[in-house]
Ligand binder design. Structure first.
Ligand SMILES: [Zn+2]
Ligand SMILES: [Zn+2]
Length: 114
């Protein structure tokens, strides 16, 4: 009995990290690419979040405004049905999970400098 308990404890020492899947592109999200998306934007009182790739998250916010997200696209189903999102998903699915379009990010941060 005592020995059995010890064995069970030993197997709990290093739990395997749970893979997190991105609901947009359905690929695994590496830990350093995880971004929280508010299904209803925080500015509209939303609290529920989902984990997405940083690149998928950026894409959603470049396609939709906060008002659109709050009104029409407050579910993953609605977001992925949008043709612009589908075009992006088709493209990003062929990239490795850790892929991030750094050229695009720096262009965006320049534009965002305000
Ligand atoms: Zn977001
Ligand atoms: Zn993704």
């Amino acid at each position: 009995m005592a020995r059995k308990n010890r064995d069970e404890l030993a197997s709990w020492d290093e739990p395997a990290p749970e893979p997190v899947f991105c609901p947009i592109c359905e690929r695994v999200i590496p830990e350093d690419q995880r971004d929280e998306h508010h299904l209803v934007p925080k500015s509209k009182g939303g609290k529920k979040t989902v984990l997405l790739h940083r690149i998928c998250h950026d894409q959603i916010h470049s396609i939709f405004t906060d008002a659109q997200l709050a009104k029409k696209f407050s579910t993953i189903e609605a977001i992925v049905e949008d043709p612009a999102v589908q075009t992006f998903v088709t493209w990003v699915r062929n990239k490795p999970p850790s892929f991030s379009d750094s050229a695009k990010e720096s262009r965006q941060s320049l534009r965002r400098g305000r």
